[in-house]
Design a protein around this ligand. Structure first.
Ligand code: DAH
Length: 365
């Protein structure tokens, strides 16, 4: 009797073991397990038959079938472990990281600094090196700060030249305005800082004007030095040092032309030498001239208007258009494009955000 059933079990076991060994993935292995050990599996069916056997038969078949079941379970577990390993190896192979690939550009790499911000950073780096601090004032000004305190008499034609944007009059009749230059911050600084004063004043300014080199909002930077003995000699030296550093040249050809501003006496305009070579504009040398700023000794009336005594302190000031010298230095043809917010323009003319201008490393490199 026993000799009749045992060979069947050996064949059955071999068949199932082959199926387990051949299972190429988890579903195939599960199918083999269900076919043998599931509720209606071949081995389960045999186990169910134990109850119908004689005690003698059961004594032989019980351990034989349970042994078979255990061995099959072990074989399934072993195969499952092998499949898991293979799957992991396959994933590692497929999802391999190529560390030699270039990095995707981070936002900090793709962002650009606007040329106006860049030039403000360059100019303030130069003047910080000369011992200047930065001062700022409001864009909306009173007539007194923008004109009267700067020695523009009421009704003086120089007021008209500024193409001022005025606000509607207030109830008391006063008309606020958008400052037409950064010079009112000279007054605010002299009112609040005890001399010696050495400041540069960058900021937005406004005039009703628009063409290729003018926009209704533009930027200026103003300089102010007030102490007991600053002279035109110091002024010229400061301007020359600034021009050499800003245009990144060893020498700069310049001339001071006499001019008129109500708030300075004497007043001058400064031109630098330049030369057109093909499409390129070379700055600092050559037989042509480019006007870059206005300057002069601060008028005694201006010093007096701030409450300081022109018999005790004196000094000089200058002012220039930031956008204009940015155009000159970086060869940008149309000022209006500065404020169009076109990212293609910014990508072309903008500066990399982490290349902060410093005198030691070079301003614009
Ligand atoms: N405020 C003048 C303007 O907007 C520029 C200027 C000229 C400023 C001479 C100064 C200066 O401080 O001394 O045209």
């Amino acid at each position: 009797m026993t000799t009749g059933t045992t060979p069947d079990l050996v064949a059955l076991e071999r068949g199932i073991a082959d199926e387990i060994a051949a299972a190429g993935d988890e579903p195939a292995l599960e199918a083999a397990r269900v076919a043998a050990l599931g509720k209606k599996g071949a081995v389960s069916e045999l186990l169910k038959g134990l109850g119908r056997m004689t005690p003698e038969e059961r004594q032989v078949m019980g351990p034989a079938l349970n042994g078979l079941k255990d061995r099959l379970n072990q074989a399934i577990a072993a195969r499952r472990a092998v499949l898991k390993d293979e799957e992991l190896s396959r994933q590692l192979e497929e999802q391999r990281v190529d560390v030699t690939l270039p990095l995707r550009a981070a936002p900090i790499e793709t962002g650009r600094i606007h040329p106006v911000s860049q030039v403000i950073d360059e100019i303030t780096a130069i003047f910080a090196d000369l011992g200047f601090a930065i001062a700022e004032g409001p864009d909306i000004e009173t007539d007194w700060y923008n004109f009267t305190a700067l020695n523009f008499p009421e009704g003086h034609p120089a007021r008209e030249e500024h193409d001022t944007f005025f606000f509607h009059p207030k109830e008391d009749g006063e008309r606020l305005l958008l400052r037409t230059h950064t010079s009112p911050v000279q007054i605010r600084t002299m009112q609040t800082v005890k001399p010696p004063i050495r400041v540069v004043i960058p900021g937005r300014t406004y005039r009703c004007d628009s063409d290729q080199t003018h926009t209704p909002m533009f930027h200026q930077i103003e300089g102010l030095v007030i102490d007991t003995e600053s002279t035109i000699g110091t002024l010229k030296w400061v301007i020359e040092e600034f021009c050499k550093a800003f245009f990144e040249v060893e020498r700069v050809k310049m001339r001071f032309r006499s001019s008129f501003f109500p708030f300075t006496e004497p007043s001058m305009e400064v031109d630098i030498g330049c030369q057109r070579v093909g499409n390129e504009l070379r700055l600092g040398e050559g037989d042509d001239w480019l006007e870059i700023l206005g300057c002069g000794m601060v008028h005694p009336n201006v010093i007096r208007a701030t409450g300081l005594d022109p018999e005790e302190v004196q000094g000089f000031a200058w002012g220039m258009g930031i956008d204009r010298i940015a155009m000159l230095k970086y060869g940008m043809p149309d000022l209006r494009a500065f404020f169009d917010a076109d990212v293609r323009w910014l990508e072309h003319y903008g500066f990399r955000p982490l290349d902060l201008p410093t005198l030691a490393r070079g301003l614009s490199s």
